[in-house]
Ligand binder design. Sequence first.
Ligand code: NAD
Length: 498
Amino acid sequence: MKPTPAQKSTPLVSPASAAVVRDAPTQLFIGGEWVSATEDRTFPVVDPSIGDVIATVSDGDIADGISAVDAAENASAAWKATSPRRRSDVLMKCFHLVLEQAEWLAQLITVENGKALADARSEVAYAAEFFRWYAEEAVRAPGEFGPAPSGANHIIVNHEPIGIAVLVTPWNFPAAMATRKIAPALAAGCTCILKPAAETPLTALAIGEIMRQAGVPAGVVNIVTTKKAGPVVSAMLHDKRVRKLSFTGSTGVGRTLLREAADQVVSCSMELGGNAPFIVFDDADLETAVAGAMVAKMRNGGEACTAANRFYVQKGILADFTRRFAEEMAALKVGPGLVPSTQLGPLITEAAVAKVERLVDDAVAKGARIVTGGSRLNGDGFYYPPTVLADVSPDAEILREEIFGPVAPIIAFETEDEVVQMANDTEYGLVSYVFSSDLKRALAVTGRLESGMVGINRGVVSDAAAPFGGMKQSGLGREGSHHGMLEYLETKYIAASW
Ligand code: NAD
């Protein structure tokens, strides 16, 4: 029997949302100016906590996208020639200005994305960190110099800015996914056009204004908001001046964009979907594993590419882990993100709720047992409660698709070989989590997992200083760390004799 659905206890906050968005820019940011879209077209932005429109934003079309490429081209030579130290100083100014406006940015994220304010504050800190990290990296571009084996010449290797970059970002981390691309692009000496998700354009535009205030020269960063992502991005990728695409989003759209980019052989960095296994061995510390599970599942309300999607728990710890995890999940306070006590806000859209509902219903139809949650919440806004499912069948859709919501399916396992086989049985390979008190075992299992990142006894791996990215169909390339800047640099080899 399904437990009774919890009710949202907190009031709606639409006047508060309106106050937050009042000062946010809503036009396109091209060549350092705020401009209307062609024919003044706009599209609405919805607050997921109430399901109402809170702002309208310029709806750019192909001509606006190309005019952003013009602006990036006009700024390109001067920015490339700007000293690394100067680029570093500007990025550091961005870091400080983001921190100065951190609370407002967090509220802006919350009203257009829905996430709880605590999650939004963490995101702003994480987003700011990319400005600081790449301010520090801007002055450390690598190079090589050495004799050729023949002795006839020297080999010099320089790294040059790759050229104009198109950056396409998702709605789930509207600030951090933007700065994770813009900061290394600028550090490398590239100019760029950001195309943020239509669900969350306000945060991206606010970051544009902060960068303008920080002294980023006109045209170095341009932002085109649009409902017509396909044609606008395609037109930019078919403009010969564009040399780089950095995309974060679903694997399906990533495949489409790789095809689009192929026509002009545009360099691609792809941060795509995930289906993270979370593995708990019998010898794991129970409280560490539960705390890790809470953050790996519930950071960002489950709407993270790194979210634990499948919980594989060894039989000896299964009952205790399931009980403790379900207790913690059931205790979370659900409500509008701006309400201070809220720990889980709404999902992004009604369609996202419907998808989660479909996956849970399919799992239950195939024999899963609902331990907590399991049915949508009544009322306005796009809410789904924290949910734990036990005894999930291997053929349940929920183990194949990204859930992107607050649902944790638990599957029992017995042997190391069995869990490695199940964990790797997916086309995705972004991140895995391993919990064990035996580091030797954890590292041995880690070596067999097909994922670009592994958290050992930790539910979070994201760090501006670390190479973030996936194997298999979770992506190409890495963001963050010095690897992230290399994605915006082209290698030039010089054979020199004198
Ligand atoms: P999405 O793929 O639907 O959209 C991502 C971006 O692509 C948006 O800006 C969207 O407007 C744009 N887009 C959509 N169709 C397009 C097209 N045909 N041409 C050009 N652009 C297009 O993804 P989403 O729903 O916004 O975000 C959720 C997805 O992002 C999940 O799959 C998640 O795993 C992934 N994600 C990955 C990472 C990572 O680092 N690997 C980080 C965050 C999110």
